[in-house]
Every structure is written in structure tokens, then in C-alpha cells.
Ligand binder design. Structure first.
Ligand code: DGL
Length: 267
């Protein structure tokens, strides 16, 4: 049978934290990744724009043969999961629901903090996914838009990141949360700093790890042989993507291609 890849898309390079988690879980699967580096960031954009971009990204991946679409970007998953699930001919999963499930299984006191981009926080996607699973949980949300730039700047352990993290996180820490959802692709990169600021008693939920676990339930290792191949596509700035990718993945990436936005993206 023809081997079809898992398709992952993100607004840019941050989704490689999701790629990394999926690659670990599925060593034999081929993966095709698209990072929309020409149009990043999605966080401050309107829902309609993010939906439009997400449709194009997913259709591009389907053209590459993807058998399932993973929306690695929290902002895109918040805005576009429903639409993509309706219109695409393959299954689609997003980071929100697995992150919500993991947060619920982690909390003891029923108080969950959620951090993400402005788009993700405004969409209320995490609180509504959590309240569908349990009505007794209290959620406290905080947008942390500067975290994206700090992670891309390579400042994950920088003093400035600690100051910014304290400023953002103090209000939700005061609510007595015991669990914090890292609801953005870039935040796992800042995990050490965030963990330092929130202290040991708060569990950090990494939505990248959570979605890799959910994917394992949907496609229980269909490929059991060979080394899975990776293909990366971006819409701009290959060099920057490759540089940050090497840092996130701990190795240089091969098969990186720049694709031009255009009509061929529409099926
Ligand atoms: N990938 C986005 C997310 O997870 C963060 C970067 C952006 O704003 O595009 O929400």
C-alpha cells in the first residue's frame, strides 16, 4: 500500500515543537510540515483571516498526499478546526482538545490557567473545550503575545524573558491555579523560564505532547518499518526557519523547500 505522510501545519517555526513530539511517537511515519512563514504571526489576526490561511495550508498538505492534518498552531486550531473538519476529505485534529483533556487530568484543585496568543485567548477555545469535559472547572486565561518573539529571538533563558513571564503570569497565579496550559506552539521553548516563574507546584501542560498522544489513538502505528522521512515547506525565510529548526530539533533539517502562495493551493 502507498505510504502517505502525516501533514502538520503551523503559522511558522513554532509548530516544530509539535513535529518533534509526533516524530518521537511515530518514528516510521513520513511527515510533511508546512510553516506559513510569509504570513506569521497568526496570533494578532482576525478569525476569518486565520480560517482562510488554514484552508490554504491544509489543502497544500493534502496535495502533498497527507492522510491526516494536524493543526499544530493553537491560533489556527482555535479558529479553523471546525471548518477544516467539515470541508477536508481527510481527518483533522488540532491541539486544543488534547491540551484540554491533559489539563483536566492534571488538575487537583479544579483551577486551570491558560496562556496563548491574543487570537487563541479571545476565541475562548480552551475554556469551552474544558467546560465541555467538566462543568466544575474554573479557568483563567492570559494572552502572552511577547513570548512568541522571545522564543524566536532565542532568548528562552534570558533575564528579559523571566521579567516578561512574571508580568504576564502573576495575575493568574494569584487565582490559585495548579495547572497551566501552554496554549501556543512557542511556549514549550520557554518551558524552563515559565516553570521557574510559576514554581514547582504548578503542572505545565504541553499541548504539543498532548496532540502526539491523541494522534497515537487515531492512527495506532500504521507504519512499523523503515525510518520515516521528513519534508518541510515554508512560504518565506528558509534560512531563518532552518536556523530555529536546528535549535528546536537539535539537528539540521534536510528537504526544506520554499513554496509560493498561489492558485495551486486551492483544490
Ligand atoms: N503558532 C502560533 C500559535 O500556536 C503562535 C505564533 C503566531 O502568532 O502565529 O498560536
Amino acid at each position: 500500500m502507498e505510504k502517505r505522510p502525516i501533514g502538520i501545519f503551523d503559522s511558522g517555526v513554532g509548530g516544530l515543537t509539535v513535529f518533534r513530539a509526533i516524530r518521537e511517537q511515530f518514528p516510521h511515519e513520513d511527515i510533511v510540515y508546512f510553516g506559513d512563514t510569509a504570513r506569521v504571526p497568526y496570533g494578532p489576526k482576525s478569525q476569518n483571516t486565520v480560517i482562510e490561511y488554514s484552508i490554504q495550508n491544509a489543502r497544500f498538505l493534502i496535495q502533498q498526499g497527507a492522510k491526516i492534518i494536524v493543526i499544530a498552531c493553537n491560533t489556527a486550531a482555535s479558529a479553523a478546526l471546525q471548518t477544516l473538519s467539515k470541508i477536508l476529505p481527510v481527518p483533522v485534529i488540532g491541539v486544543i482538545e488534547p491540551g484540554a483533556i491533559k489539563a483536566l487530568s492534571s488538575t487537583q484543585n479544579g483551577k486551570i490557567g491558560i496562556i496563548g496568543t491574543n487570537g487563541t485567548i479571545q476565541s475562548q477555545a480552551y475554556p469551552s473545550a474544558i467546560s465541555k469535559l467538566s462543568s466544575s472547572i474554573q479557568t483563567y486565561s492570559q494572552a502572552c503575545p511577547l513570548f512568541v518573539s522571545l522564543a524566536e529571538e532565542g532568548w528562552e533563558n534570558h533575564e528579559v524573558s523571566k521579567i516578561v513571564a512574571k508580568e504576564y503570569l502573576q495575575p493568574i497565579l494569584e487565582k490559585g491555579i495548579d495547572t497551566l496550559v501552554l496554549g501556543c506552539t512557542h511556549y514549550p521553548i520557554l518551558k524552563k523560564t515559565i516553570s521557574h516563574v510559576v514554581g514547582k507546584n504548578i503542572n505545565l501542560v504541553d499541548s504539543a505532547e498532548a496532540i502526539a498522544e491523541q494522534l497515537a489513538e487515531i492512527i495506532p502505528n500504521t507504519e512499523t518499518e523503515g525510518i520515516g522521512k521528513d519534508k518541510f515547506y515554508v512560504s518565506d525565510n528558509e534560512e531563518k526557519f532552518a536556523r530555529i529548526a536546528a535549535k528546536i530539533l537539535g539537528q539540521n533539517i534536510t528537504h526544506l523547500t520554499k513554496v509560493k502562495l498561489g492558485e495551486s493551493w486551492y483544490l
